[in-house]
Design a protein. Structure first.
Length: 155
């Protein structure tokens, strides 16, 4: 991450642990990253695996997503107060330092980070996905996303 200039790592995993890759556990990242000049923040309110009825009501947002999980997360991001506050915190941090957002899924198009990325793009930010040291891609809005006057919505 240092080679990309990352100053803050924001963890958006619902459960920031990994049995398969324990070096990516929250406890380890909180210990290791500051010694490398990178701040670590777990943003629990942005964790994935949101469900209708448990975490958010279905407001009809994101019907374009085949996955009910992505539909629920799109509704959650756009309608939940805590999620909105967490996104605003990311905007404030990104206005001051270079921020990276991490989850357990490597590919952003298979992860709820794509919805977070859509939201950031809707606010005028550039989002670059670091797939590995030699492969980065710029985020493009999800095909069913639309931004009207700086507000993200899904068809």
């Amino acid at each position: 991450m240092r080679e990309f200039g990352v100053e803050i790592l924001i963890d958006v995993r619902r459960w920031p642990k990994s049995r398969k890759h324990p070096h990516f556990s929250r406890e380890n990242l909180e210990k290791i990253l500051p010694s490398r000049g990178i701040s670590y923040i777990w943003e629990e309110a942005l964790g994935g695996y949101r469900r209708f009825g448990r975490d958010i009501e279905d407001h009809g947002i994101g019907k374009c997503f085949e996955s009910e999980g992505f539909r629920a997360y799109a509704n959650y991001i756009l309608k939940n107060r805590e999620a909105g506050e967490a996104l605003e915190r990311i905007l404030r941090l990104a206005g001051e330092k270079l921020v990276a957002i991490m989850c357990a899924e490597k590919l952003p198009w298979n992860c709820h980070r794509k919805i977070i990325s859509d939201w950031l793009v809707s606010k005028g930010y550039s989002v670059i996905h670091i797939l590995d040291r030699d492969h980065v891609i710029e985020h493009r809005l999800t095909s069913c996303a639309e931004v009207i006057n700086g507000t993200l919505n899904y068809k």
